[in-house]
Design a protein around this ligand. Structure first.
Ligand code: 6A9
Length: 789
């Protein structure tokens, strides 16, 4: 009985939240406490939409489609790479009061702007302005349907108000956090001062079982029976939202999906370009509104905020004074704005598992305010990405950083574990293949939030804006109990086989299926590690993360007047270059290296499949690749040259006078190894796994391409060594200039050429590749331009 009891209580630990007081008060994001940031573009997964920072917010958004086009179904809603837009993203966004986005579809461009106005008790008002212009290449002005919608999420209600016969003129509604509100759909005009344009109207009023169903509901309601007949033109049938008949298997579906249905209302306006249309949200509690935020008032507000944005941008990043061209500056503003405009507010439960659970469990529901790596392909929070994101965002607004870090730490469990990938709620889950959903509590991810914390404490002692940095101390005080537990979690669960060594847990187990079993937890997925995962491994990147983190723990503890000696002692041990050399310097490679049970004599071989005589071949499994080990592994250095071997340099653990630095700099600058005109490649060209697939379905990822987060760390380290007395100071300073220039030029050139910032860059051609837009850590290019490290 006791054993069973123990087991069940152990199995609950993974889903038990940390008991210390939360970093953020339960009401910290409410309209009352944070009215300026109540409404926002916190739905980065859709092209354009807003919600409030509350768990079951009423959401608003926009879908659109081009009428009379050859490709039939071009309904746009959630950001999809498959839509093949020429580019989309925020050109300006201040993180709270306004934003300007440009979306380039095939033959027209939509500019989506919002401005907020605080007033009343529920987060105030906002206005959207959508401007559509055809491209000069378009043979005739396209006719476009914009579909504006509001959808409740299990609470709140929406009522429609019609004008003429089909025109939904406004929606009124009520919800717990918004009180009464009204959304008005203005008629389209050619320009601000011109009269109304001919338009056709449709609307849909229905119920939705969940936010992830909105696109499907609209699609299923579409009908071609409507006629577009402008006064001067031919009559043509167009597609419009009509009545929604749920699919006939709905009854079964209802049984399987017993969620509460919520109001969903769509206003469709169909009009020929060029045009401009405005949508206003007005809060019922805003009594003394001076005027409506429309037309010329809206234009003035936009202009004022743009000017403020530009001035603040120059004050912080100083790119004009550095002599960057206007087009470079426009790019940098877009990069920052996309990180700001990519911030999301998510709410829901993760699916987690520990060794004590036979089946995955639901984590307690929680909120996450975070930036996301990519609005299209992974619009959700990733732990180590967020540390990088906050390096940029903290320069713009440290309050955003404190709130994001606070949210992440409030998701920590009693063990000190924070799930690495945050897939919160049905909408987020609907985008992720089943095998990636479950998060395991043995698994870490680099503790980059320490980098962001380091920046916050450095701001305290620098000449930064005092009003903005003042709340940092009280914030750290509240954070500290959780921070200690988090650090302890790494320091106890990720230890290595030797004293003061560390090992990533969670490597792939099915060793025979992969050329090299992956280490997703390290963040560097398929970067080569010991060929045979074992408890004998030690990982140099994790060692360096711990050396860095213990130092920042010591600084924070000291700042707060808490005991800091233990952290300091550990920090001194871990950064001791003799220890580092003992554990990780490979004389053979002349570089820092992981250690483990390893052999280089491994390749993927086609497994021969036996086909009985006379049987058709295609009825047997396609020959797959399996790995063949030609020489038995033994305990040794892994000897892969690439990002992992640079870590003592990247995180500045290496002493400036260490002779090892000379080797590091030489390998970096060597074009046959790590150097490319576009930044440092992730794995040396000389490595046997350079650009090798891991399985037949799994192309190389961290085995050659240029990644901007690590290049940022490299540029920053070069800046450090270039400004620190030592035998390699000059060399570092030279490399700094070269590497910085190469990265900025390529990310910029690719942005201009392709319309996007990318997840990685090809080490041979510089081409952007992988997911896009990727305005997570690739946006750190802005900090390199500004030389803010
Ligand atoms: C796959 C796809 C529609 C992989 O930027 C986030 C992470 C990084 O933390 C990590 O270091 N990326 C890097 O190696 C992207 C991970 C995407 C996983 C989701 C499912 C959804 O299909």
């Amino acid at each position: 009985f006791y054993a069973v009891y123990m087991r069940s209580s152990l199995s609950k630990r993974v889903v038990t939240l940390h008991p210390s007081p939360r970093v953020l008060d339960a009401n910290s994001t409410t309209a009352k406490v944070s009215s300026e940031r109540f409404w926002g573009s916190y739905r980065p997964q859709v092209y354009f939409g807003m919600k409030t920072r509350s768990p079951r917010s009423v959401v608003t958004g926009m879908m659109w489609m081009r009428q009379f086009s050859n490709s039939d179904m071009n309904l746009r809603h959630t950001c999809e790479q498959g839509d093949r837009l020429q580019g989309y993203g925020w050109l300006m966004h201040d993180g709270s009061t306004f934003g300007v986005q440009e979306i380039r579809d095939n033959d027209f461009t939509l500019t989506t702007e919002f401005v907020k106005r605080v007033g009343g008790d529920h987060g105030g008002d906002w206005t959207w302005r959508i401007t559509a212009k055809q491209h000069s290449s378009a043979p005739q002005p396209p006719v476009i349907s914009l579909m504006f919608y509001a959808a409740a999420d299990t609470q709140g209600s929406l009522q429609t108000h019609m004008e003429e016969k089909n025109r939904l003129a406004s929606i009124t509604g009520f919800s717990e956090e918004l009180g009464n509100f009204k959304i008005t759909f203005r008629k389209p005009v050619t320009g601000e001062l011109s009269s109304t344009k001919y338009a056709s109207y449709n609307y849909l009023q229905t119920l939705s079982p969940g936010l992830e169903k909105l696109t499907d509901i609209v699609k299923l309601s579409l009908n071609r029976r409507f006629v577009f007949s402008p006064p001067s033109g031919e009559k043509r049938h167009y597609i419009g939202v009509d009545t929604y008949k749920p699919p006939h298997h709905q009854n079964q579906q209802k049984a399987a999906d017993p969620r509460k249905e919520s109001d969903f209302v769509v206003h469709q306006v169909t009009v020929q370009t060029p045009f401009q249309v405005e949508v206003l949200f007005e809060s019922g509690s805003f009594y003394n509104r001076p005027n409506q935020l429309v037309g010329s008032v809206m234009t003035q507000e936009l202009e004022r905020r743009k000017a403020e944005f530009n001035a603040k941008f120059e004050k912080i990043f100083g790119l004009e004074s550095k002599g960057f061209s206007q087009t470079h500056i426009k790019f940098a503003k877009a990069a920052l704005s996309n990180m700001l405009g990519g911030m999301g507010y998510f709410y829901g439960e993760s699916v987690v598992q520990s060794v004590y659970n036979e089946y995955p469990l639901m984590y307690p529901g929680g909120a996450l305010f975070t930036a996301v790596p990519s609005r299209s392909f992974f619009p959700r929070g990733f732990l180590w990405d967020e540390g990088f994101h906050q390096l940029l965002l903290s320069k713009w607004d440290p309050q955003l950083t404190r709130e994001a870090i606070g949210h992440w730490f409030d998701l920590m469990n009693i063990e000190g574990w924070i799930p690495r990938e945050q897939i919160l709620g049905d909408e987020a889950r609907s985008k992720v293949p089943a095998e990636f959903i479950v998060q395991r509590n043995e698994n870490a991810n680099p503790p980059t939030l320490f980098l962001a914390l380091q920046e916050l404490i450095e701001q305290l002692s620098s000449k930064s804006d005092e009003a903005a940095t003042k709340p940092t101390l009280p914030f750290l005080r509240r954070l500290f109990p959780r921070l200690k537990t988090w650090f302890e979690w790494y320091n106890t669960t990720q230890t290595g086989p030797k004293p003061n060594s560390y090992r990533w847990r969670g490597r792939d187990k099915d060793t025979n299926l992969y050329l090299n079993p992956k280490t997703l937890t390290s963040g560097l997925d398929d970067y080569p590690r010991a060929s045979h995962p074992s408890a004998d491994e030690r990982h140099v990147d994790l060692h360096c993360w711990m050396a860095l983190s213990s130092g920042i723990m010591a600084s924070i503890a000291q700042l707060l007047g808490e005991p800091h000696q233990d952290y300091k002692v550990l920090h001194d041990v871990l950064r001791d270059n003799n220890l580092l050399n003992d554990l990780h310097w490979s004389e053979q490679l002349r570089a820092f290296s992981d250690y483990g049970n390893h052999t280089q004599n491994i390749s993927l071989q086609r497994e021969k499949v036996y086909v009985p005589p006379g049987q058709p071949r295609h009825q047997f499994p396609v020959a797959r690749l399996v790995r063949s080990v030609r020489r038995a592994p033994k305990l040794q250095y892994v000897n892969a040259l690439g990002y992992v071997s640079l870590f003592p340099f990247l995180l500045q653990i290496l002493q400036a006078d260490s002779p090892k630095l000379e080797h590091v700099l030489r390998d970096m600058r060597d074009p046959t190894k790590l150097w490319t005109p576009f930044g440092l490649r992730s794995l040396s060209k000389t490595d046997p796994l350079y650009m090798e697939r891991n399985t037949e379905h799994d192309p190389p990822y961290w085995r050659g391409p240029v990644w901007i987060n690590i290049n940022y760390l490299a540029v920053r380290a070069l800046y450090h060594y270039g400004n620190t007395e030592g035998p390699y100071q000059e060399k570092a300073a030279d490399l700094y200039k070269e590497l910085r220039t190469n990265i900025i030029n390529n990310v910029y050139a690719q942005f201009v050429e392709t319309g996007y910032i990318w997840e990685q860059y090809n080490d041979g051609t510089g081409r952007g590749q992988g997911s896009h837009p990727f305005t997570g850590w690739s946006s750190l290019t802005v900090l390199m331009m500004a030389e803010h490290y």
